[in-house]
Design a protein around this ligand. Structure first.
Ligand code: HEC
Length: 140
């Protein structure tokens, strides 16, 4: 009987583990801007990896700078405030976003020199910024 109660207690628990990430409240418009940006981030990252695997190191750096690096910063400034995710984020989250751009530019600089090993060594720092933010924050 005790055992059955225990099983029932477990069944009453939600099927998924609790999401302990910090909730960042963004307007629906800002969420949509962010989602589009994120989808392009993943595409850009895949292009970078594909180019690196093909030994097109400088080209990989160009994609990184233009799509993920400093070259991709500030493009939401012309949007109305409610559609801009950055300023609506908690400051630490916004900082993680900036760090992601900086990490992409660090990689891009190394890749621009054509030094494949040096560029490869900086890639995990870039993907690490994606992981850190996703592991720390949620918007839904
Ligand atoms: C500053 C925080 C932050 C950083 C840095 C970040 N992301 Fe995200 N990402 C988010 C948030 C928040 C969402 C959820 C957006 C939503 O749906 O509201 C998200 C969602 C996504 C999604 C899912 C999009 C969808 O709905 O289909 C992808 C893919 C993604 N991010 C890729 C990346 C990649 C690749 C990087 C690194 C180059 C990255 N992200 C860096 C915060 C971040």
């Amino acid at each position: 009987m005790k055992k059955l109660l225990l099983i029932l207690a477990f069944l009453a628990l939600p099927a998924t583990a609790e999401d302990t990430r910090q909730f960042a409240q963004l307007t629906p418009q800002a969420q949509e801007t962010l989602r589009q940006e994120m989808l392009d981030n993943l595409l850009a990252l895949n292009e970078i990896l594909t180019l690196m695997a093909a030994n097109q190191v400088r080209e990989a750096g160009q994609v990184a700078e233009a799509r993920l690096g400093r070259g991709a910063m500030g493009k939401n400034a012309r949007l109305p405030f409610e559609a801009r995710p950055g300023p609506q984020m908690p400051p630490e989250m916004h900082n993680l976003g900036r760090n992601s751009h900086f990490a992409a530019s660090d990689f891009a600089r190394a890749a621009a020199s054509g030094d494949r090993d040096q560029a490869m060594a900086l890639l995990p720092a870039l993907t690490g910024t994606c992981v850190t933010c996703h592991a720390s924050y949620r918007t839904r």
